[in-house]
Design a protein around this ligand. Structure first.
Ligand SMILES: C[S@@+](CC[C@H](N)C(=O)[O-])C[C@H]1O[C@@H](n2cnc3c(N)ncnc32)[C@H](O)[C@@H]1O
Ligand code: SF4
Length: 418
């Protein structure tokens, strides 16, 4: 069993008005060296509470991890190794792909050739570029400090080193037209990306960036334009917002949707540990696994990990109740349904049977069969997948597979296998 690890780096050059991720403006909070010490302390506190030692992915996300000096990123990779996790840095599998996928989010104007070479030397093998748009007017509206030229320079540098990179585009920005979305996709494709994430701007109603935007139907048209243009260029959608050439799907993203264990370290990070990844004593306390999340405020995180804790800190016993959810069977089934349906490959009947038993599986499959006529789902060789129409009403579809405790009890009289 292998493990995905997410490490949050909460520093940014600017605080973008639309962004709800945990971040602080550079220079206005704890020094990065001190933050890295806290993250190291967190790694050691929990290291023995986890069963998997083999690490399949490490993802440095933010914030803007590329603001940190590379030696601090290296120190975190080394700390994971010291704590007994196997990362296989720079090792390649028999299929020529890295044994451990190590990704970092990098922003334009924060990485030069020297920094990139240091990342490559320490074993980072996947770069996610926060491009957002190639239109300077829209970048300004989004409150970004970088320009389209900065992005072009960074992408050219990545291309010249032949490394694996992806980039993020934002669409449905205020005043953005369908034509401008098309131009962004064209510019993106000029760089021949093997992976691209396209996010529809999401802001609460009444937010200043929720004005002068494409109406919902036009946003759908933007969505389809992106999907069709990327498909024509060989990038298939493998999740609602993610596209990749075959074999270049982000292994880290994919494990979020495949019931695999992931451990989120650092400020505000979320973790999911199915029972099979927990130590024996923790498993007894959470037979369906658990989700938990770290504090969002730097001061509280600092209080928690300085001074450092002993290395056998139990996730289940020692995480305060307001930051842990011990999964009940109905929540485990809801999670399984949502994550499976989000993936293009969809829900696999065998996996459903294995995890929840024949009786529950039978009931779920009946419901999916019943939805075939609506056109929201279709059959695959191994189960069911959400259709293009289904994706447009994904929330309604997910609602149909969100189970309350009583509803779960109705689905079966027998308890499903954990
Ligand atoms: C948390 S950011 C980190 C990457 C990097 N700091 C950046 O902004 O380029 C990851 C991605 O989330 C997306 N994102 C952030 N806020 C969003 C929002 N309100 N709606 C849609 N996408 C958003 C952006 O495309 C961004 O690239
Ligand atoms: S740079 Fe990225 S993480 Fe930072 S505020 Fe902007 S969107 Fe959020």
């Amino acid at each position: 069993m292998s493990l995905g690890i997410y490490i949050h780096i909460p520093y940014c050059l600017q605080l973008c008005p639309y962004c709800d991720f945990t971040k602080y403006e550079w220079g206005k909070t704890l020094a990065p060296e001190h933050y890295v010490d806290l993250v190291k302390a967190e790694i050691h506190a929990h290291a023995k509470g986890l069963l998997p030692r083999e690490v399949s992915t490490v993802y440095f996300g933010g914030g803007t991890p590329s603001l940190l000096e590379p030696h601090l990123i290296l120190a975190l990779l080394e700390e994971l190794e010291k704590a007994g996790f196997q990362l296989h840095r720079n090792a390649v599998s028999h299929d020529g792909r890295p044994q451990t996928e190590i990704s970092i989010e990098i922003d334009p104007a924060t990485v030069d050739a020297a920094k990139l070479d240091r990342y490559l030397a320490m074993g980072i093998n996947r770069f996610s570029v926060g491009a957002q748009s190639f239109n300077d007017r829209l970048l300004k509206i989004a409150g970004r400090k970088h320009t389209a030229q900065d992005t072009v320079e960074l992408l050219s540098l990545l291309k010249s080193r032949g490394v694996n990179y992806s980039f993020d585009l934002l669409f449905a920005l205020p005043s953005q037209t369908l034509e401008e979305v098309g131009e962004d996709v064209s510019r993106a494709l000029e760089f021949g990306p093997s992976h691209l994430s396209a996010y529809c701007l999401t802001v609460p109603e009444g937010h200043k960036m929720d004005q002068n935007r494409a109406l919902e139907d036009d946003q759908v048209e933007m969505f389809h334009l992106i999907e069709d243009r990327l498909k024509a260029a060989g990038l298939e959608r493998y999740e609602i917002s993610n596209f990749a050439k075959p074999g270049f799907e982000s292994r880290h993203n994919s494990l979020y949707w495949a019931d695999e264990p992931y451990w989120g370290i650092g400020l505000s990070s979320h973790s999911y540990l199915p029972a099979r990844a927990l130590s024996e004593s923790d498993k007894a306390l959470a037979p369906y696994g658990a989700r938990f999340w770290n504090r969002r405020a730097m001061k509280e995180y600092e209080k928690e990990f300085s001074p450092p804790k002993a290395g056998d800190w139990s996730f289940i016993k020692q995480t305060p109740d307001d930051r842990i959810e011990r999964l009940k069977p109905h929540q485990a089934l809801t999670d399984f349904m949502h994550t499976s349906l989000r993936r293009t490959k969809g829900l696999e009947e065998n996996a459903l049977r294995l995890r929840f038993g024949d009786q529950i599986a039978g009931e779920i499959l009946k419901r999916l069969e019943g939805l075939l006529l609506s056109g929201w789902v279709s059959k695959t060789q191994t189960g069911f997948q959400m259709t293009r129409e289904g994706r447009l009403v994904a929330n309604l579809l997910f609602e149909k597979f969100t189970f309350l405790e009583e509803e779960f009890a109705q689905l079966t009289r027998a308890k499903p296998a954990p």
